[in-house]
Write a protein that binds this ligand. Sequence first.
Ligand code: FES
Ligand code: FES
Length: 213
Amino acid sequence: MPEDSEDPFRKRTGVTRRGFMATIGTGAVAAATVGPSATAEAAPGAEIPDAAELLRVTLTINGRSHRLLVEPRWSLLYVLRERLGLTATKLGCDRGECGVCTVLVDDKPGYSCMMLAVESEGKTIVTLEGLMRGEELGPVQRAFVEEDAFQCGYCTPGQVMAVEGLLRANPNPTMDEIRTGVSGNLCRCGAYAHIFKAGQRAAELKKQEGGRA
Ligand code: FES
Ligand code: FES
């Protein structure tokens, strides 16, 4: 299409398509070079943090200690994803309803969207990345693969963490206990039957491997 004043894109935006594509290219380079703090500042609704409001915290995540400056309002989920790059933990409802943001807090499953980062200090946090050994999947993750326990996969990190937390508390759960264990995690694809089987298989694999995460 000719890039003239009849171009609907140009009418709507005031720029030509070619000019727009050139701008995207420049922006991508800038985003790649400015680092994570710029990402947060550019997030929708985000404001530039006031240094006087930042709090110094030390968070223990996946066995590592992280010293960070955080705003009091930042959730643990936000810090995991946007400050530490631990993006296996997903953002869904952001209001404690879907479970996709589940992590282990002192070995118990919890919604990281509902927990402030400052509240997490002094607790032991485990995310999905913490179940890996290098590139090797942990037994719960392998059980989900073996049992084909996902479709789109978006809920899977939360489901895996819920099962991991269940098995740490109860290595021999009944099927009813597995159902209850993942009842705080919604799967919009409806893969529940396979998720429950994955819970059973994960218990077997963990036993074979001496209970490793
Ligand atoms: S994103 Fe945390 S419960 Fe939905
Ligand atoms: S596999 Fe798609 S939401 Fe659970």
